[in-house]
Design a protein around this ligand. Structure first.
Ligand code: C6P
Length: 423
């Protein structure tokens, strides 16, 4: 890797008092006891999806076992219990991200659906030909394609904030791109492909100074650092439950009440209306206006349990442990000849994206799999990032609080093995 693009750090095993905590946290995740290919599983694909603690698994099973009923519909007690559990989860999410009220928390399928909802319901009615939507060069496809669809339908233009070769947004360029035609800024809080933590407060302040609302893609942030939507002052914040130790198929769109109230429904159906006749339907209040049909009740309850679980550990401790892992892994990466880190921003989350001379990431991933180590290889649904760095793909190890330095050691032993076999 290039010493010019990253400060040299000695790899130091940290160990110490937290290793006992990590051992205890690991016991909460049944899957971490699995063996893959005859070896203890090393799960380093947390940016793709996180594992689920028993508390979440039990909450989902418990709902189906004891409380299963449809919500907002029945006068019977079971339905009321299910409704309370579903709305209770909304309250947990509100407190987790410090939203002003539960009405600002919309349940969706995930980050992707949240962004599409904003695109169709908030931006589309405000967009004319020649208007601009601003995204960054490091976006996930789910924060690119919905805007391209919108631009194709309206004649609006997608503008892109460029980044440096370290994977940091060029803020001067951003300020130049913000203009009278900008209708929305939509940027990722933490990049899944690079690990970059973007200066979102600065981005938001600059946009607001020009009256432009901001959506943050928080898919890779909410499980790894405290997020306070009121402190950030973002207009929308999107995330997925499955990257926050919760179930798949459930996610959240946070929106400021003032915007949500002004937005038309995204989908039509049951539960999103107050009354329906063939002449006219009257829509429900927010957030229910955006939750047509029977929602993922078990999913929201599971997500609520995940938030309780994360709260029991504390995001500050989680962030500190993951930073330790990142620093250790980064230091070890410096020792591997021919290894180049993709994403060397000053402020990074626990994502180590890299390429190794002469070894295709997919081949590396296969060798690692034989050692029981799960990483992701490919473009990470961020093809423009690959284009920037002129690579077809990267290998990516992404950390969660239950990972250990011993697991990082196993990763680098297996990388050494891959270099011997394939290099
Ligand atoms: N990134 C990864 O391996 P969904 O699929 O809707 O839950 O999340 C989409 C998404 C949006 N934004 C960012 C920054 C993301 O990282 C993701 C999902 C996974 O990196 C799967 S491609």
């Amino acid at each position: 890797m290039s010493a010019a693009t990253f400060p040299v750090q000695r790899p130091m095993r940290q160990g110490g008092s937290t290793s006992l905590d990590v051992a205890a946290w690991r016991r909460d995740f049944p899957i971490l006891a699995r063996r893959m290919r005859g070896k203890p599983l090393v799960y380093l694909d947390n940016a793709a999806t996180t594992q689920k603690p028993k508390a979440v698994i039990d909450a989902i099973a418990g709902y189906y076992q004891d409380t299963n009923a449809n919500i907002h519909r029945g006068v019977h007690s079971l339905s009321q219990e299910a409704t309370e559990a579903y709305e209770g989860a909304r309250g947990k999410i509100q407190r987790y991200i410090n939203a002003a009220e539960t009405a600002e928390i919309v349940f969706v399928r995930g980050t992707t659906e949240a962004i599409n909802l904003v695109a169709q319901s908030f931006v589309r009615p405000r967009l004319a030909a020649g208007d601009e939507i601003l995204v960054s060069e490091m976006e996930h496809h789910s924060n690119i394609v919905p805007w391209q669809l919108l631009c194709a339908a309206t004649g609006a233009v997608l503008r892109v904030i460029p980044m440096s070769d370290r994977g940091e947004l060029l803020m001067d360029e951003y300020l130049k791109l913000l203009g009278p035609r900008t209708r929305l800024v939509s940027v990722v809080h933490v990049s899944n492909a690079l690990g970059t933590v973007n200066p979102v407060r600065e981005i938001i302040a600059a946009a607001h100074a020009q009256g432009v609302p901001v959506l943050l893609d928080g898919a890779q942030a909410v499980a790894h650092r405290p997020v306070d939507v009121r402190l950030l002052d973002c207009d929308f914040y999107a995330f997925s439950g499955h990257k926050l130790f919760g179930p798949t198929g459930i996610g959240v769109l946070y929106g400021k009440r003032v915007w949500l109230d002004a937005m038309p429904p995204y989908q039509g159906g049951g539960d999103m209306i107050k009354s329906v006749s063939f002449e006219k339907s009257i829509y429900n209040d927010v957030p229910h206006r955006f939750e047509a049909g029977t929602p993922h009740i078990a999913g929201s309850i599971g997500l609520g349990a995940a938030i309780d679980y994360v709260g029991s550990i504390g995001l500050t401790r989680i962030a500190a442990h993951e930073q330790t892992l990142l620093a250790y892994a980064t230091g070890r990466a410096h020792e591997v000849p021919g290894m180049r880190l993709i994403g060397t921003a000053q402020e990074k989350a626990g994502v180590l994206s890299f390429v190794i001379d002469g070894i295709h990431p997919h081949d590396l991933g296969t060798v690692l799999d034989c050692e029981g180590i799960a990483i992701r290889t490919g473009h990470h649904c961020a093809m423009p990032v690959m284009q920037h760095f002129h690579v077809p793909a990267t290998a990516r190890a992404s950390f969660a609080f239950y990972n250990t330095e011993e697991e990082v050691d196993r990763l680098f032993e297996a990388i050494g093995e891959a270099r011997r076999l394939l290099g």
